[in-house]
Ligand binder design. Structure first.
Ligand SMILES: Cc1cc2nc3c(=O)[nH]c(=O)nc-3n(C[C@H](O)[C@H](O)[C@H](O)COP(=O)(O)OP(=O)(O)OC[C@H]3O[C@@H](n4cnc5c(N)ncnc54)[C@H](O)[C@@H]3O)c2cc1C
Ligand SMILES: NC(=O)c1ccc[n+]([C@@H]2O[C@H](COP(=O)([O-])OP(=O)(O)OC[C@H]3O[C@@H](n4cnc5c(N)ncnc54)[C@H](OP(=O)(O)O)[C@@H]3O)[C@@H](O)[C@H]2O)c1
Length: 448
């Protein structure tokens, strides 16, 4: 294999960084580009701040980006700062690892009322994502409704329920802590359209709700009655069985009159969000099992008074200029990681992570996925058409020539140090800086 091939990985989330690691093993030089100033994608801006063990994975990803042979280019957006054609001129191969940043809609009346927002937005806000951190999310309601039964719905429910003090040891921005501290929320209803056997959340994450200390978890035993299909699932799938065990235990518990309550409610779909000029309630329609794991809608409805509705019904890929996109799946069409253009393999273009698979899977899933994509790239490189030309321009020179100040690895290290310093001043561990101008100022001050 020729040495020193140059590959661009677009997206510095877990999938992009694991791809960089696998490419280094092949002897490639790798540039990892991200539209944000900071690396780590959803590990920094999605994984719940109180999941400290998971957050510590940043150290593993950091060691990869810190290696010789890898460069980080923050604030470089594919389609804005640089085009696909330009990248082709700079690199032997391109890997798209841009994730799935958009949200999905319920398509029901009232969804756009103030007080109704996506979990995607809410998660970005409490994670200090620069796209939204400067805006306030109002938690001025006693009752919140979370729609969806995945792990993100559990994260959001937990975040709404825990006290602000329980987040002190996290990197959560101070203004988010202030909002949580002032939150009048007493009741959070998690609404699942299917039954408990079909829920997507995992048992470890479900159990956490029962360990919060300040909240009772309420489950109606009638919601846990299983149809034949669900019973079969519970027999075959240990994860389903364990979830059911936890839910049954909660259904039998007597409430302890704690200050907050989490209501887990199955077999219901929101059919309408009501309110004159902001959310005042949700009309829930009753579903019944269709015998094959799906639902029959159209049962009786009930009104639930609530001032906040968070839809946590999955993420969705965002099309990239110049890159094929499958509207149906919200992903980049590919074959084992090789990008398909009009159904045919495009030379030297690859994809990985949520951009490739869609918005499912934990951080570790992306490592195996990166191995698949890089194996395809290595195979193509062996038989290759586009041998390393060696005379390609350097992206750093091109950007500098345009007066574009990308955030380098040194720049990111300066941000890391500034976040530790901010935390020290606040009597906390590292605390996120969220304002893009402030992030740039930190970098300028240290690297000038
Ligand atoms: C709310 C939430 C909580 C989660 N919690 C956990 C958890 O606790 N444990 C766990 O194992 N998994 C968790 N996951 C799943 C995990 O985060 C994903 O598996 C993983 O982040 C997907 O990696 P990715 O690199 O494909 O995408 P991402 O992490 O989204 O990274 C994509 C990167 O591409 C960049 N990008 C996008 N467009 C462009 C562009 N045009 N130009 C340049 N850069 C671009 C983005 O800025 C981003 O940095 C969670 C997911 C969510 C949504
Ligand atoms: N701690 C962790 O490990 C952790 C934390 C967060 C996220 N993650 C991972 O990140 C990935 C994404 O998580 P996610 O929760 O966003 O997605 P998810 O696991 O796909 O769950 C989405 C939920 O939304 C429901 N839904 C979809 N459309 C709906 C509609 N129109 N009306 C009502 N409900 C609807 C789904 O129900 P149906 O099943 O009926 O479609 C499902 O319950 C998952 O792989 C997850 O495991 C992991």
């Amino acid at each position: 294999m020729p040495e020193m091939a140059r590959t661009a990985v677009v997206g510095a989330g877990p999938a992009g960084i694991y791809t960089a690691e696998a490419l280094l093993k092949l002897g490639h030089r790798v540039d990892v580009l991200d539209r944000l100033s900071c690396p780590y994608g959803l590990l920094r801006y999605g994984v719940a701040p109180d999941h400290l063990k998971m957050k510590a994975l940043e150290k593993t990803l950091r060691r990869i980006l810190d290696r010789d042979g890898v460069r980080f280019f923050g604030e470089v957006t594919l389609g804005e700062t640089i085009t696909v054609d330009e990248l082709r001129g700079h690199y032997d191969a391109i890997v798209y690892a841009t994730g799935a940043a958009d949200d999905r809609s319920l398509s029901i009346p009232g969804e756009d009322l103030p007080g109704s927002l996506s979990a995607t937005r809410f998660v970005s806000w409490y994670s200090g994502h620069p796209d939204i951190a400067s805006r306030d999310v109002a938690l001025d309601a006693h009752t919140a409704v979370v729609v969806g039964a995945g792990n993100v719905a559990l994260d959001v429910t937990r975040l709404l329920t825990k006290s602000a003090e329980q987040f002190h040891g996290t990197d959560m921005p101070d203004r988010v802590l202030d909002t949580l501290r002032a939150s009048p929320i007493t009741d959070v209803h998690l609404i699942a359209r299917r039954g408990p056997a079909q829920a997507k959340f995992t048992t470890k994450e479900l159990r956490e709700l029962g360990e919060l200390g300040n909240a009772d978890v309420l489950v109606d035993p009638a919601d846990l009655e299983l149809d034949e299909h669900s019973e079969q699932l519970a027999e075959q799938d240990g994860g389903v069985r364990r979830n059911l065990d936890v839910l049954h235990e909660w259904a039998q518990r007597s409430p302890l009159d704690r200050e907050r309550r989490i209501h887990l409610r199955f077999w219901r779909s929101p059919v309408r969000i009501t309110g004159a000029d902001r959310v005042e309630g949700v009309e829930l329609g009753r579903n019944t099992p269709d015998g094959a794991g799906g639902i029959r809608a159209g049962g009786e409805t009930e009104m639930l008074a609530a001032g906040l509705v968070l839809r946590s019904i999955g993420y969705r890929g965002r099309p990239l200029p110049g890159v094929p996109f499958d509207e149906r799946t919200g992903t980049i069409p590919h074959c084992e990681g090789r990008v398909l253009r009009a159904g045919r393999v495009a030379p030297a273009e690859y994809t990985v992570g949520w951009a490739k698979r869609g918005p499912s899977g934990v951080i570790g899933t992306n490592k195996a996925d990166a191995r698949e994509t890089v194996a395809a790239l290595a195979e193509d490189w062996e038989h290759q058409t586009g041998r390393n030309r060696g005379d390609r321009p350097d992206l750093a020179d091109t950007l500098a020539g345009r007066g574009h100040a990308a955030i380098t690895w040194q720049g990111w290290l300066a941000i890391e140090a500034a976040e530790r310093e901010l935390g020290r001043r606040l009597g906390r561990g590292a605390v996120k800086i969220t304002d893009p101008d402030q992030l740039r100022a930190v970098v300028r001050m240290v690297l000038r």
